[in-house]
Design a protein around this ligand. Structure first.
Ligand code: APR
Length: 241
């Protein structure tokens, strides 16, 4: 039996499936990744745009960057890969968990319900001082930099920057899902940013069948039972359609 056939059978039979996605799954929706050629980190400094120190130095510039990405994301549409994962969740029910590093909300827009956003959401802001949190208005109504209506302090994007902890409980819930999965899929992530990068490894060590979908090799590739050198749409179509 070929590896692809075995993987399809494993998906069919699995009662507990955990999926991790990264920027690559939204690339076919026109949203740039971070580390590919031409990716965001080639043109923007991580230290300036994705650290609390960078924000403290120049909140206006950081907000302008997030507002630009927010607008692009609002104009983007979920693609077939997002849809296939939402369909798989409907088929598998409570045994299905989707963990994403993406802040774009495209999984939810495609219909996924049980989604853990490890790195927050570009659609929200929170106060740098008090506990205020809010959905952002449409891009054209966003005043930069936005201020907290409760205490007047600066709002910040409700995302996780380098050096910051993940949202409370998010990684623990993700880890529990990956450790108890019969089958894990890791799609469109360079598997370089911890702790998300380790989730596939935890699942494999706990005995799960591990599938990776990525046009490039990653540090996870040698561990995978099947690593498809394909884009997310082509790979998930081959596995699930
Ligand atoms: N389908 C699937 N994968 C793709 C596609 C595609 N069409 N196009 C590119 N990829 C793969 C690339 O080969 C690469 O391995 O997607 C991956 C994107 O990697 P990164 O840009 O590093 O994105 P990600 O892994 O999500 O980054 C993790 O780093 O800076 C941060 O917080 C940000 O959540 C992000 C984290």
């Amino acid at each position: 039996m070929g590896a692809l056939t075995r993987a399809k059978e494993a998906i069919e039979q699995a009662e507990r499936i955990a999926v991790l996605t990264g920027a690559g799954i939204s690339a076919p929706s026109g949203i740039p990744t971070f580390r590919d050629p031409g990716g965001l980190w080639e043109n923007f400094n991580i230290e300036d745009y994705a650290t609390p120190e960078g924000f403290a130095r120049n909140p206006e510039e950081v907000w302008r960057w997030y507002a630009w990405r927010y607008q692009k994301i609002r104009e983007a549409k979920p693609n077939r890969a997002h849809e296939l994962l939402a369909e798989l969740e409907r088929k598998k029910g409570d045994g299905f968990l989707l963990v994403t590093q993406n802040i774009d909300g495209l999984h939810q827009r495609a219909g996924s319900k049980r989604v853990i956003e490890l790195h927050g959401s570009i659609h929200r802001a929170r106060c740098t001082v008090c506990d205020y949190r809010t959905e952002l208005p449409p891009p054209e109504e966003l005043e930069i930099p936005p201020k907290c209506p409760k205490c007047g302090a600066l709002l910040r994007p409700d995302v996780v920057w380098f050096g910051e902890p993940l949202p409370p409980g998010a990684f623990e819930a993700a880890l529990a899902g990956f450790r108890s999965a019969d089958l894990a899929m890791v799609i469109g992530t360079s598997a370089l940013v911890e702790p998300a990068a380790s989730l596939g490894r935890y699942a494999k060590h706990a005995g799960a069948f591990l599938i990776e979908v990525n046009p490039e090799e990653t540090p996870l590739t040698p561990l995978a039972d099947l690593s498809l050198r394909m884009g997310a749409v082509e790979g998930l179509s081959a596995l699930l359609d």
